[in-house]
Design a protein around this ligand. Structure first.
Ligand code: ADP
Length: 285
């Protein structure tokens, strides 16, 4: 049974799932796959779906409190301005912060560099009952690292298999993994970067290096293609999210999270006490 809003003609988890053979170059970042609505009506849908997500997230948290060690991990990968922060704020942010574990992964610190690249990732994994969000992730170690040749190919090349094994281990230990590759067009990216330069309240989001990265888009495209081709697995599939329309990307990822949580078959944990007895006690207290 699905409770998808009627504007969806196809389930996001099906229509957005990366299929072998698909090309990053063919992604239209301005498209809205499977959704017939437009921006005008999206706020209302988003508000309702935020609530649905929040309800399920609370249920996951409640189960965690009762000893269930299952968790959900959302991996957000995308170029600058793709809207990762907006997903954190407007989608995951609808949940209860108590049960959310957010981690942004920037340039590794000296301490992090002294360890295996998965060291900092393991430390940030969501505990049982939590929704973890990775704003960038271990995939940077086969994206920026590959594009800028920060380590030689014989070092980054084995990482795809290593990441698959790592994610399998995670999935086997009860973590549902939702990986979103967020694509923004070069035109829209330019517009968003220009806005950051036009508004003093957005300067903090601008990094001059973003312009250099933008110029490397063909290399990134190749690196993203390799990620999707080599790390789309049954236990940790990639979803390809067109992000020129922020409202669409948010609705889509919201649905992926709802689906993932529903897939866990959660219910409210039973009371660990005799309810009637406690009611009697309370009445007399
Ligand atoms: P954002 O730009 O997402 O707001 P930050 O400014 O904190 O976040 O840092 C992101 C930068 O860190 C990006 O340029 C990204 O490529 C880089 N980065 C992340 N992980 C790694 C890594 N493992 N090695 C090198 N650079 C990395």
């Amino acid at each position: 049974m699905t409770d998808l809003p009627s504007q969806w003609t196809h389930e996001p988890r099906k229509i957005l799932k990366f299929h072998p053979g698909s090309k990053v170059a063919d992604v239209d970042p301005n498209s809205t796959p499977g959704y017939t609505g437009d921006k005008d009506g999206s706020e209302e849908v988003q508000a309702e779906r935020n609530e649905r997500f929040a309800g399920l997230q609370e249920m996951l948290y409640a189960n965690g409190k009762s000893g269930d060690n299952r968790s959900l991990l959302l991996v957000l990968q995308g170029m600058d301005t793709a809207g990762k922060g907006g997903i954190v704020k407007h989608v995951v942010g609808a949940g209860d912060p108590m049960g959310i574990r957010y981690t942004g992964f920037g340039v590794p610190t000296e301490e992090e560099r002294a360890h295996h690249y998965l060291w900092r990732i393991r430390k940030a994994l969501p505990p049982g009952g939590h929704v973890g969000v990775f704003d960038r992730s271990h995939y940077e170690d086969v994206l920026v690292v590959r594009v800028h040749e920060l380590v030689p190919q014989d070092v980054w090349e084995p990482r795809y298999d290593e990441i698959n094994a790592f994610e399998k281990e995670l999935a086997d230990s009860g973590t549902t993994i939702v990986k979103c590759a967020m694509f923004v067009s070069l035109d829209e990216q330019k517009r968003r970067l220009a806005e950051r330069l036009d508004r003093s309240d957005k300067y903090w989001k601008f990094n001059p290096a973003d312009i250099d990265e933008r110029l490397r888009w063909p290399d990134y495209q190749e690196a993203y293609q390799a990620v999707l081709d080599r790390t789309s697995t049954d236990h940790a599939p990639w979803f390809v999210i067109p992000c020129d329309k922020k409202w669409y990307a948010r609705l889509a990822i919201n649905e992926l999270l709802i689906e993932a949580l529903k897939g866990m078959g959660l219910s409210w944990p039973p009371a660990g006490f005799d309810v009637e007895e406690q009611k009697k006690r309370l009445a007399q207290a």
